[in-house]
Ligand binder design. Structure first.
Ligand SMILES: [Zn+2]
Length: 345
């Protein structure tokens, strides 16, 4: 299948640090992730395609204008603060959304960033924008009649809310792809198989009945993102019943993951969507450095085949998955099995 990526532009973002248990650590969301995933897709025979520039419209469909202004301009403003670090990193947060909105760059950083894992450097916005362009181009390719497409989005997106970055994510590429598919379909389903709960995606669609959000992830009771991902979160208002969280115990492997996937797929079947977005994190892998679940390389293939079995036009959006020997193999396993099952159907 076609793989959309603007490699040169999406590489530029290079976050240096984040805090783990209070200690500064190297940020694992490094440009080399993109190189490995790109090489794996190319070597597996998928055609790499440069995305078009779709402008800010598709981003504005799921993010607030004040947040987009923040992302686009905050680094420049940050450099004017005397003694400021090279990267934008928050150090104070409001206790709720809708609290006072300060003009201060430091105050806005705290408002729009959930944690320290999403620093913004000089080149970040360029990469963020082109990561979203990859998602839009993949969705447009599916709208034009392809049965599936892969968006190699980096930086990833599923922890980004309508007005808040978090967990290496800035613009929610999965939500962007879903909203582009919505132009042709009354209902679009999202299945998130990343190790971590897709809290930003859930947040964006939480009050909507036109997008079903399903997430399989390590139980947040002892795992990032901690405050979201519980079974009781089922949607709100008109979106009540349109969100399904399937937390798994730490260390769960292929069998438990695929059982959860069946529950997710059953819910998707009852939603009768016209199209599907798969938020493809590869960090549920047993050898991922962020270790929480224990999917195998073969397990990713089984996931891909099962999701293709839904028979829906599908955009596969890259989410997490960090440097380890099998990172590229896991992507190739998923995409290969997905495409083979779709061809056989
Ligand atoms: Zn993740």
């Amino acid at each position: 299948m076609k793989a959309f990526c603007s490699a040169e532009r999406q590489r530029r973002h290079y976050p240096r640090h984040f805090l783990v248990s209070g200690a500064p650590q190297p940020n694992p969301e490094v440009p080399e992730r993109l190189d490995r995933l790109l090489a794996a897709a190319r070597n597996a025979g998928h055609e790499i395609v440069e995305p078009a520039d779709h402008g800010l419209g598709p981003i504005a469909a799921v993010h607030t204008p004040e947040y987009i202004q923040f992302l686009a301009g905050i680094h420049e403003r940050w450099t004017r603060i005397e003694g400021a670090a090279e990267e934008v990193v928050p150090n104070i947060h409001p206790d709720r959304r809708g609290a006072g909105y300060p003009r201060s760059a430091v105050g806005q950083a705290g408002y729009h960033m959930a944690d320290t894992a999403c620093p913004i450097g000089a080149d970040s916005w360029e990469s963020i924008r082109w990561s979203a362009n990859s998602a839009v181009s993949a969705a447009q390719h599916v709208r034009a009649g392809a049965r599936s497409a892969y968006a190699l989005c980096r930086p990833p997106g599923h922890h980004a809310f309508a007005d808040m970055a978090g967990g290496f994510c800035y613009v929610n590429n999965t939500a962007v792809a879903a909203s582009v598919l919505r132009r042709d379909h009354a209902r679009v389903a999202i299945i998130d198989v990343d190790l971590h709960h897709g809290n930003g995606t859930q947040g964006i669609f939480y009050r909507r009945a036109d997008a079903l959000t399903v997430s399989i992830h390590a139980d947040p009771v002892r795992f990032y993102p901690f405050f979201w991902g519980y079974t009781g979160e089922r949607g709100d208002g008109p979106g009540m019943g349109y969100n399904l969280n399937l937390p798994l115990a730490r260390g769960a492997g292929d069998t438990a993951f695929l059982e959860a996937l069946e529950r997710g797929i059953a819910r998707v079947g009852a939603f009768v969507p016209g199209a599907l977005v798969v938020a493809l994190g590869l960090d549920a892998f047993e050898g991922d450095p962020l270790g929480g679940l224990a999917l195998t390389t073969e397990g990713f293939g089984r996931l891909g085949a099962r999701l293709a079995g839904l028979g829906l036009p599908t955009v596969i959006v890259q989410e997490g998955g960090y440097l380890c020997a099998a990172l590229g193999d896991n992507l190739a396993s998923f995409l290969g099995a997905f495409e083979a099952a779709q061809t056989a159907a």
